[in-house]
Ligand binder design. Sequence first.
Ligand SMILES: Cc1cc2nc3c(=O)[nH]c(=O)nc-3n(C[C@H](O)[C@H](O)[C@H](O)COP(=O)(O)OP(=O)(O)OC[C@H]3O[C@@H](n4cnc5c(N)ncnc54)[C@H](O)[C@@H]3O)c2cc1C
Length: 448
Amino acid sequence: MEEHIVIIGNGISGITCARHIRKNSNKRITVISGETGHFFSRTALMYVYMGHMNFEHTQPYEKWFWEKNRIDLVSKYVSSINTGANEVVFQDGNTLAYDKLVIATGSKPNKFGWPGQDLGGVTGMYHKQDLEKIEKYAPDNTTCKRAVIVGGGLIGIELAEMLHSRNIPTTFLVREDSFWDVVLPKGESAMINREITDNHIDLRLGVNLKEIRSDENGNAKSVVIAETGEEIECNLVGLTAGVSPNINFIKESSIETGRGVKVNRYLETNIPNIYAIGDCAEQNEAIDERRPIEAVWYTGRMMGETLAQTICGNRMEYKPSHWFNSAKFFDIEYQTYGWVWAQTKENEARFYWEHAHGKKCIHINYDKNTHEFIGINTLGIRMRHEFFDKILTEKKSIEHVLEHLADANFDPEFYKLHEKEIIKKFNSENGATLQLKKKSWKRIFSKA
Ligand SMILES: Cc1cc2nc3c(=O)[nH]c(=O)nc-3n(C[C@H](O)[C@H](O)[C@H](O)COP(=O)(O)OP(=O)(O)OC[C@H]3O[C@@H](n4cnc5c(N)ncnc54)[C@H](O)[C@@H]3O)c2cc1C
C-alpha cells in the first residue's frame, strides 16, 4: 500500500506540496481545508471585490484537475492532531489516519482583545469568508456610510483601495507615525502617506483603536480612538493589524510551537513524520537575515516544492535565495531586493533619489566601507528580479548597480527620463564620476 500523505491547508504551500508529491510519486494524497473546496489565489481576493474578476477566476485549476491527479479533497476543519495514533480529528468528531502529515494552515488576522472586535460588520481581510462579510456590510456607500480600517500594513492598504473602488468613505487608523514605517524608510513611507491621502482616504497616524461600539442589532456602529476619545461612526471595521500563524488547534498536541510550528531547515517538526510549511511555519533558526516566519506567497510555494522532495525520499534543505518582495500601494508599485531596513545600520550608507512629482523613488543600501550593494527599494519603478539576484550573489558595488541601471529596470521611459539625473545626484553627493554604461544607452535608444 502506498503511503498516505495528509496535508492540512489548501493554500499555495499545501497545494504546491501536493502537486509536487504527485509529480514524483504514486503516494495517496489528501488535502484538507475548511475555508474553500478548491485552491484559490489569496492575493487576488481584492480584485474580486473591485470587480476585476469573479471568484472562479482566482482558481487556477479546473475541478477535474484534482481527480485526474488523484488528490483527494476534504472540506472540513481539523480540530486537533493525535500524534500518538497518527490521525487528524475533524470538528465533526471523525478522524483520518496519515503516514505523513503536512501542516500548511497559513495565517489568521490579529485581534488584540479590543472591546467589540467580534461584532457584526467587524472583519479581517484574509479568508474568503472575510471577503463575503465585506461584501455584505459594505456593498456600496448607501449601506456603508463609512468604513474604518485598523492597522497600517500591506493588507490594510489593500482594503483601503478596495473600499475606495466603491466610493465608500474610509478612515484608516495607523498606530505608527507614518505608514508601515517599521519596514519602510522615511522617504518611501512618506510617499505612501501622500498616496493614501491623494486617494481621499482619511489617514490618521499615531492613533490606536480603543473600542468598537455596537448598535442595537449587535453590529458595529462606531469606533473610538484611544488617544483623543473621538468617536467615528461606521458600518464596517476592517481589522488589519498584522497576521499570525493559524495554529491554535495544534497548541494542545505534542508538536512544538512558538509563534508558528517550529521547523528545522528541512521543514521537519519535532515529530518525525510531521512537517510544516508556508505562513504557519517558524524556522528554529532564522535563515540569513530573513525572519523566522515569512508570510509571503513565493516562500510558501518554495517550501511546498522543497518538502515534496523530502517526502518523496530526496531529503532537501529549504534554501530561499536573496530576499525580495513586491506589493502595490494604490497606484504605486513597490519592490524590494536584498535589505533596505527602515533604519540605517552602522556599517551602511544610503543613496536616495526621488522624482520631483513624488511618485517614484529608488533607495539603495550599501556597505559604507566596501560599497558592496546590500539592497534596493523602488516605488513606482519596476525592476528585474534576475538582475538583482545576480548582483547580490556576485556582491557587486553600488557603483556597478547605478552604471547598469538600464539593465535593471523594465521601463524604457525610465532610462530616457531619469537615469542621468540619478547618476548626477550620486556623483554630486559622493564626489564620484560614474557614467552610464554604453550598453545602457543602446537600450535606451532601441526601446524608446
Ligand atoms: C489580502 C491579501 C493580500 C496578499 N498579498 C500578497 C502579495 O501581494 N504578495 C505576497 O507575497 N503575499 C501576499 N499575501 C500573503 C499570502 O497570500 C500568504 O503568504 C499565502 O497565501 C500563505 O499561503 P499558505 O499556503 O501558507 O496559507 P493559506 O493561504 O492561509 O492557506 C491555508 C489554508 O488552511 C486552512 N486551514 C487553516 N486551519 C485549518 C484547520 N484547522 N482545518 C482545515 N483547514 C484549515 C485555511 O483556512 C486556509 O485555507 C496576501 C495575503 C492577503 C490576505
